[in-house]
Write a protein that binds this ligand. Sequence first.
Ligand code: NAD
Length: 247
Amino acid sequence: MFDFKDKVVIVTGGTRGIGYETVLSFCRSQANVILFGSKSSSVNEACSKLKTCGYEVLGYYPNLLDYEEVKKTIDDIYSKYGHIDVLINNAGVSDSKKIEDTSSEDFAKVVDINLKAIFNVIKSVIPYMKEKNFGVILNTSSMVSIYGQASGVSYPASKFGVNGLTKSLALEFAPYNIRVNAVAPGIIKTDMLSNVSDEVLKPLIKSIPLGRIGLPSDIANAFLFLASDMASYITGVILSVDGAAKN
Ligand code: NAD
């Protein structure tokens, strides 16, 4: 349905869950996809899996918290392809500890990967997008960035930050034809839910008005749409993809 032929698409946290499904969806839409992961083994595993599906995907594992390392990786991708069209910032960690149980180091860790990493990748990519007067940047937020989260402080704080960064950069880069949006997933069936007990999860799923848990493909489809020319007049938006869940 979507055609990304000749487009270069980077997906962070592309080795599993929403990120992997997003990589697969863009491959099916003929993009040149580059995935980032946190370590060589998971990156190699994901790339091999994609190869068995017939897709050649380049993988990197820069430390997303190290701006110089990220910049070197982005420079390398640009020198290979000569353009970077779409960046999907998907890597993230969750946390549901109450503030009394959260150390300031715990807080910083979650904010670093969910927010500072996005800053580092965008800062590295933006000069190349500006040069071409074209680009799409998609960030991964969460429904907790809209409603908050009763237990947990660092995760919602980081995702509210993602929304602020998205809306501000959309304004800053609109004159360069670079669109910046975010997708705010609801409850999606991935490894991120593995530490949530069935006891907690079941009633949550039951309360979702659309009557089912979200799938990684629900989020990948939103990324495809927002990255496509069909969304060429959409920027600065936080798109909820949550079956109308309210937490
Ligand atoms: P997941 O745990 O399966 O995937 C997370 C990805 O982030 C993995 O590929 C992991 O390698 C990567 N990552 C984590 N820490 C990293 C680090 N330090 N450096 C580099 N990469 C790192 O979970 P998911 O559900 O696929 O999550 C993807 C995104 O969706 C996250 O940003 C998450 O906050 C968001 N999200 C998920 C849900 C959900 O219910 N699953 C809901 C709302 C938002």
